[in-house]
Design a protein around this ligand. Structure first.
Ligand SMILES: CC(C)(COP(=O)(O)OP(=O)(O)OC[C@H]1O[C@@H](n2cnc3c(N)ncnc32)[C@H](O)[C@@H]1OP(=O)(O)O)[C@@H](O)C(=O)NCCC(=O)NCCS
Length: 394
């Protein structure tokens, strides 16, 4: 029997909670949340009257290099009732999710997979990871405090300045949430709420150049006294060093910090030694749902003028497969459908990996995600060479 797919309403909140609790092991005292969720929707697949599978759509937005933004369909809470697994219920749910994304104008989708293999057939490819590292306090204590930076505790009066700091930091990046949409009001008053604390780094001109949110563990015991660091943002090397050094002042009473940062985060270069490999990681995946809108949202390369016909195949979202032309001129990109022109053929996952800065053309070719003429590969590589940088797990 074909499942019925529809958006869940508050009448479905108990069934939605039960499905989520079985899949993700919510704490027994967890309370069902109201539906629809703020800034999104939950799509459910009903077999008969039973809610049997669901995905949550998060209406969010990411920055792109050059102070641009792009709306995205964040996917989370993907669950199928245990007895109904393996019957293909995810396909109609993702089809409905992609239709919704098209209606509300979201050209890309991002998710954190529990297993990448679940999502590749929908056009997603891994473009990075959010890594949890354990850094010994003894390493941080060795950092010399930069003289030109002073530190102070943030208060509610600093929230606007923290938002501006985050926006300045995000303006040249691809991927972290803008943190201003209703689905992700991360920089709200709760950000400063206990037990976490936020410490600010100020330069000599009085400008806010860094911020770190940290939560101290209990006592002095090496296992319990760990400091959890969620959000270390430094606009300058001195700011990053000052904040690492500040955390290192806990050396006598705490063994280490646990810090969550994306792979390759620049703040790690301020450490005196290469940190140990990540203890845990959340990989993240990207899919392009509307090729012309996603490509045209990106900044071009000043001085680079090119006309690049190409094809996309193997997509799952309606309208992804087809023939296109990408035009680069005056630092801008334009992309449209075409019915003529020869050029390379990207697999939908291949163009996602290129877009997210995870692969260059040579890697895509080796992985079977790009075929055909190679002459424009260097141009594609120079247009899409920014790594994805995600901060907020969802
Ligand atoms: C993951 C989950 C949603 C998959 O449900 P399902 O009913 O098996 O999904 P479908 O039948 O629609 O799709 C199954 C496909 O995904 C693949 N798949 C499922 N689980 C997978 C895994 N752990 N690793 C790799 N691929 C997986 C299957 O191989 C299958 O592909 P195929 O059709 O090419 O053989 C379900 O097992 C579940 O609810 N798990 C617990 C919660 C969870 O991990 N959610 C994902 C959060 S990101």
């Amino acid at each position: 029997m074909e499942p019925l797919i529809r958006e869940l309403t508050d009448a479905d909140r108990e069934a939605n909670h039960r499905l989520g609790a079985e899949a993700f092991g919510y704490a027994p005292d967890g309370q069902p949340s109201s539906l629809p969720p703020v800034g999104g929707a939950v799509l459910g697949a009903f077999v008969g009257d039973e809610l049997t599978a669901k995905i949550r759509a998060r209406d969010d937005e990411i920055p792109l290099p050059g102070s641009r933004t792009l709306a995205m369909f964040g996917v989370e809470g993907v669950a199928v009732a245990p007895e109904a697994r393996g019957r293909g219920l995810l396909s109609p749910l993702f089809r409905a999710g992609f239709d919704r994304a098209r209606r509300v104008g979201q050209p890309i989708s991002i998710l954190f997979p529990t297993a990448a293999g679940i999502y590749r057939r929908f056009g997603y490819e891994v473009v990075g990871s959010l890594e949890q590292r354990e850094i010994p306090m003894s390493a941080l204590a060795k950092i010399k405090a930069p003289e030109r930076i002073s530190l102070r505790r943030a208060s509610a009066a600093d929230l606007d300045a923290i938002r501006l700091l985050y926006a300045a930091w995000a303006a040249e990046r691809l991927g972290p949430l803008t943190r201003i949409r209703p689905s992700a009001p991360i920089l709200s008053a709760d950000y400063l709420g206990s037990p976490a604390a936020v410490t600010l780094a100020i330069d000599q001109s009085g400008k806010l150049v860094g911020s770190v949110r940290w939560t101290r563990g209990t006592g002095y015991d090496p296992e319990t006294s760990v400091i959890e660091v969620e959000d270390l943002i430094g606009l300058t090397p001195d700011a990053s060093r000052a904040m690492w050094r500040f955390l290192g002042t806990f050396d006598s009473v705490s063994s280490r910090v646990n810090v969550e940062l994306p792979s390759g985060d620049e703040s790690l270069t301020a450490l005196p030694a290469e940190p140990a490999p990540p203890a845990k990681e959340h990989r993240y995946m990207l899919a392009l749902l509307d090729i012309p809108a996603a490509l045209a949202a990106r900044r071009g390369v000043p001085g680079l003028t090119a006309q690049l016909p190409f094809k996309v195949t193997g997509g799952f979202a309606d309208g992804v497969d087809g023939q296109y032309v990408l035009k680069a001129a005056s630092g801008e990109l334009h992309c449209s459908r075409t019915d003529s022109g020869v050029g390379p053929t990207f697999h939908a996952r291949g163009i996602a990996a290129l877009y997210g800065g995870a692969q260059r053309c040579a890697g895509l070719r080796a992985g079977g995600m790009l075929n055909g003429p190679t002459d424009t590969d260097p141009v594609w590589d120079s247009l899409f060479n920014v790594p994805t940088h995600v901060r907020d797990y969802f």
